[in-house]
Design a protein around this ligand. Structure first.
Ligand SMILES: [Zn+2]
Ligand SMILES: [Zn+2]
Length: 322
């Protein structure tokens, strides 16, 4: 499924089989998670994709031919961070997520809304056996980046999650497993998300525009809504952190300094490191994380994106590829 221009639906296309270059492997895709980032690309809010583009960066598939690291037949996962330069000050200081010259899967390089994809072996992950292909797909971005965002909250006990979709439904389970208390902030009328949040251990789920039920120690914003930043600061105790986990957000309205005072901080989380991936994929089966997935066949990718845009997906949307 190909994006030819922002703002246009994806089109089914027959492309030449991709060819693995040096350090790359060819992978037959079985499942690909649909991420809000894909929506930001399709809608033109992220402005520099390669075009035409095969989107998709939560890829589960089987290696077609032996590489240096993986053998034919092995199941692997391919995430958003497709490759880094290995030479910039960020790569050289353990912060490859901030690389100056990164290659992102399904943005700079064709991704997993397809039957075949190539990936740089060093940036792919073996996947825990406890997850089916479909269930594993959301771990690869929603899970990984959600986990990185959770780490940025330190030891916060009372955790607010703003937006309860693919990432939050995984983070909620990890946070509960760590003994934290979780409060889920959703659209007022989103009964499905609120119900899922309670099922997964949130002790409260309610309207993100209303007051928090009690003071929070940290908040993670998954919804791309700038108004949530001052709202979350207002809900957060002294010393608390508000983490913005999305790649794109509407403008943040100005707010009185008093909301930041008291050593509160606002920060973003960008991309992932391979270390995040290894750590989270080892942790997920021990929690154990269970993903809630709505499955769509590849050719219905536009419907999956429309459902995500309209807030109609409970948990994660995943494309299944035959
Ligand atoms: Zn770099
Ligand atoms: Zn993503």
């Amino acid at each position: 499924m190909v994006l030819r221009a922002a703002g246009r639906p994806l089109e089914p296309a027959d492309l030449d089989d991709p060819v693995a270059g040096d350090g790359q492997i060819l992978v037959r895709v079985s499942a690909c998670g649909v991420c809000r980032t894909d929506l930001h690309i399709a809608d033109g809010e992220l402005t520099e994709p390669k075009l035409p583009l095969v989107p998709g960066h939560q890829i589960v598939g089987t290696v077609v031919a032996d590489g240096q690291r993986f053998s034919a037949g092995e199941r692997i996962g391919i995430p958003w961070l497709g490759e880094t330069c290995g030479r910039c000050r960020y790569c050289l200081s353990g912060r490859e997520n901030l690389c100056d010259a990164p290659v992102f899967t399904g943005y700079d390089r064709d991704g997993g809304y397809a039957e075949l994809v190539v990936a740089v072996e060093a940036f792919a992950f073996p996947l825990p056996a406890a997850f089916s292909d479909i269930d594993a797909a959301p771990l690869l971005c929603a899970g990984l980046i959600g986990y990185r965002a959770l780490r940025m909250t330190g030891a916060a006990e009372r955790l607010g999650l703003y937006g309860f979709g693919a990432a939050a439904h995984i983070v909620c389970q990890v946070a509960r497993g760590q003994g934290r208390r979780v409060f889920a902030f959703t659209r007022a009328d989103d009964d499905g998300a609120q119900r899922l949040a309670r099922q997964l251990g949130a002790e409260w789920a309610g309207d993100s525009r209303g007051p928090a039920p009690e003071e929070l120690d940290a908040a993670i914003l998954f919804a791309p809504v700038g108004e949530h930043v001052p709202a979350a600061l207002r809900a957060t105790a002294k010393g608390g952190t508000v983490v913005c986990a999305g790649i794109h957000m509407s403008d943040i309205p100005s707010f009185p300094y008093e909301l930041l005072w008291g050593e509160r901080s606002v920060r973003s989380v960008a991309n992932l490191t391979r270390g995040d991936g290894e750590e989270f994929l080892a942790l997920a089966p021990t929690v154990p994380v269970r993903t809630t997935v709505t499955e769509y066949p590849l050719e219905r990718a536009n419907e999956a994106l429309a459902d995500l845009r309209g807030g109609r997906v409970n948990g994660s949307a995943v494309l299944s590829i035959q």
